[in-house]
Design a protein around this ligand. Structure first.
Ligand SMILES: Cc1ncc(COP(=O)(O)O)c(C=O)c1O
Length: 450
């Protein structure tokens, strides 16, 4: 059979497992969903089973699947010019730089294009080290910044552990959130800890502090008011560059163009990817404030990528940004975000296994507990449990696609979602949580017997 003919789902799985590698897992364990097509907030297997995409795939298909406007823009660009070396310029590159300058905060108005988020962070730290002449980078524990050598070293979560020792000079600091059992500390206490670390490390050795403005895979952690403003102030005071990783939180996900906009903070460098093209094609970017960019007028930027400023990707990004604007998707993220908050509060009221819900715009998470008094998570840090596995299997059976990780799962649908679709997703979640509620009941019965 020709490899080009349509395959069944099982054939796709078997062949892909035989000849392609899957990420973040041992290969024997993978159990992927086969996908044939996608439109709006849904995708379908070759056999026609429909899934509601409640995670925008990897929190990236922000405008929804199969938007004709982006597809047409890519087709038109492909017919004209698919590629030139990054030493040459093209119209999509020029226009995209200008457009991004108009939507990013403050005087961030010049961009270096990459293939994705990890490379954007790699280059951001390169910019910071070259500009400051310092070498240390502060990052937070509850963070993910990508899987390349430098970005995984910046990453705070356990995905870093097997990759160590990584980039020298990365120093991790604690977050204001300390997990479901210990909860939050206020901005003031958290900032004091960061300042203490800066002093202990030697401020004149620290080039940058990189942070996700609203943390993504490590828990949709919305910073307490005053926190990002305080980080900005500390960075300014000590001559440290603030790098906002907006790879996941950017492009409307939180109900503003960028998450920093909620607190009116202007970072020195900002990294972008995912929603930049809504993943129609890979593209990332580092945005720089003018005075930092100016330094490189007579200093070499020691970096490069064959696919820097790829014309097809830049054209896709321009069309994607036009879709956000034409369909007012950022306002829709705010509107649907308010409904999502209400639906989450209903879950908290109805289900004893719901320990916490957090959301900002359409960036949401549900954290599950075994016991509401002790707040013991339903799966340990960096682990899983039979209940979380059963929850995941239920979602899959019922046609809801989302990420289930440790003791939580995400609610990050495309920003184009409507009320009916959002309620459809939460109705499946409502039924699924009966599984995890049973674990709470068993815990209560066991404590009564004891
Ligand atoms: C906050 C953040 N930064 C960086 C990355 C890495 O992006 P990429 O996978 O495009 O390299 C991710 C990916 O999930 C992310 O969530």
């Amino acid at each position: 059979m020709s490899p080009k003919t349509e395959m069944t789902g099982q054939e796709m799985i078997d062949l892909a497992r035989k000849h392609t590698f899957f990420e973040w897992t041992s290969q024997g364990k993978v159990d992927p969903l086969p996908v044939a097509r996608a439109k709006g907030c849904y995708f379908w297997t070759p056999e026609g089973k429909r899934y509601l995409d409640f995670n925008s795939q990897s929190m990236c298909v922000n405008i929804g699947h199969g938007d004709e406007r982006v597809i047409r823009a890519m087709q038109e660009q492909a017919e004209k010019l698919t590629y030139v070396s990054p030493f040459l310029v093209t119209e999509p590159r020029a226009r995209l730089g200008e457009k991004l300058a108009s939507i990013t905060p403050g005087d961030i108005d010049i961009f270096f294009f990459t293939n994705g988020g990890a490379e954007a962070n790699e280059n951001a730290i390169k910019f910071a080290r070259l500009y400051t002449g310092r070498h240390k980078i502060l990052a937070r524990y509850r963070s993910y910044h990508g899987a390349t050598a430098g970005s995984i070293a910046l990453t705070g979560d356990p995905r870093r552990w097997p990759c160590e020792p990584g980039l020298p000079g990365v120093v991790h600091v604690l977050d204001p959130y300390h997990g479901i059992e210990r909860g939050w500390e206020d901005a003031k206490a958290s900032l004091a800890m960061i300042e203490e670390v800066i002093q202990l490390e030697g401020p004149e050795t620290v080039a940058a502090f990189i942070l996700e403005t609203v943390t993504g895979t490590n828990g949709i952690l919305v910073p307490p008011d005053g926190y990002l403003e305080g980080v900005r102030e500390l960075c300014t005071r000590y001559g440290i560059l603030m790098i906002a990783d907006e790879v996941m939180a950017g492009f409307g996900r939180t109900g503003e163009w960028f998450a920093v906009d909620h607190w009116k903070v202007v970072p020195d460098l900002m990294t972008l990817a995912k929603g930049l093209t809504s993943a129609y094609i890979p593209l990332g970017a580092v945005g720089l404030r003018r005075h930092i960019a100016d330094y490189f007028k007579d200093h070499v930027f020691w970096s490069g990528l064959t696919y820097n400023s790829h014309p097809l990707a830049c054209a896709a990004a321009l069309a994607t940004i036009e879709v956000y604007e034409q369909d007012d998707l950022i306002a829709n993220a705010r509107r649907m975000g308010r409904l999502m908050r209400e639906l989450m509060l209903e879950l908290e009221a109805r289900h004893p296994s719901v320990g916490a819900t957090r959301s900002i715009g359409l960036f949401g998470i549900v954290e599950l507990v075994r016991n509401r008094q002790t707040r013991e998570p339903l799966a340990p840090f960096n682990g899983t449990s039979p209940e979380m596995a059963a929850l995941s299997a239920f979602f899959r059976r019922e046609g809801l696609f989302t990420f289930v990780r440790w003791n939580y799962f995400f609610t990050n649908p495309p920003l184009s979602i409507n009320e009916r679709e959002l309620r459809e997703g939460f109705a499946i979640i409502d039924r699924a949580l009966e599984i995890t509620d049973r674990a709470v009941e068993q815990e209560v019965e066991a404590s009564v017997r004891a």
